[in-house]
Design a protein around this ligand. Structure first.
Ligand code: FES
Length: 114
């Protein structure tokens, strides 16, 4: 059964922002897209950069290091130099608090290339 851990209050991550949180020992970028929360692996698949340190534009997360873009809803990589998608973590909101699953689901969209 999937386990969820509490990572933030909804007010901690206002719409249009992203924040790095820890989930069972791994770094996750928690994004608020128009009041809906999404979580993806925080480390860029190109090099060691924290995606949550970049900007969020709509549902697109931009890597601060070389500018690769990722869809926060699907994890799909949208532009070079990264070529692999990031993992997506299920999210649920209850009582004004945000919970993220401890296990990622497979990215959707393009195949997860290695
Ligand atoms: S480290 Fe993210 S695009 Fe290079």
């Amino acid at each position: 059964m999937t386990e969820f851990v509490r990572v933030a209050r909804t007010g901690d991550v206002p719409p249009g922002t992203v924040r790095r949180v820890e989930v069972a020992g791994h770094a996750v970028a928690l994004a608020n897209v128009d009041g809906e929360f999404f979580a993806v692996e925080d480390t860029c698949t190109h090099e060691e950069a924290s995606l949550s340190a970049g900007g969020l534009s709509g549902e697109v997360l931009v890597c601060p290091k070389h500018g690769s873009r990722f869809n926060v809803k699907t994890g799909r990589v949208l532009s070079l130099p990264a070529v692999r998608s990031v993992a997506v973590f299920p999210v649920k909101v209850e009582g004004g608090e945000v919970f993220v699953a401890t296990e990622a689901q497979k990215p959707t969209g393009l195949p997860h290339r290695r």
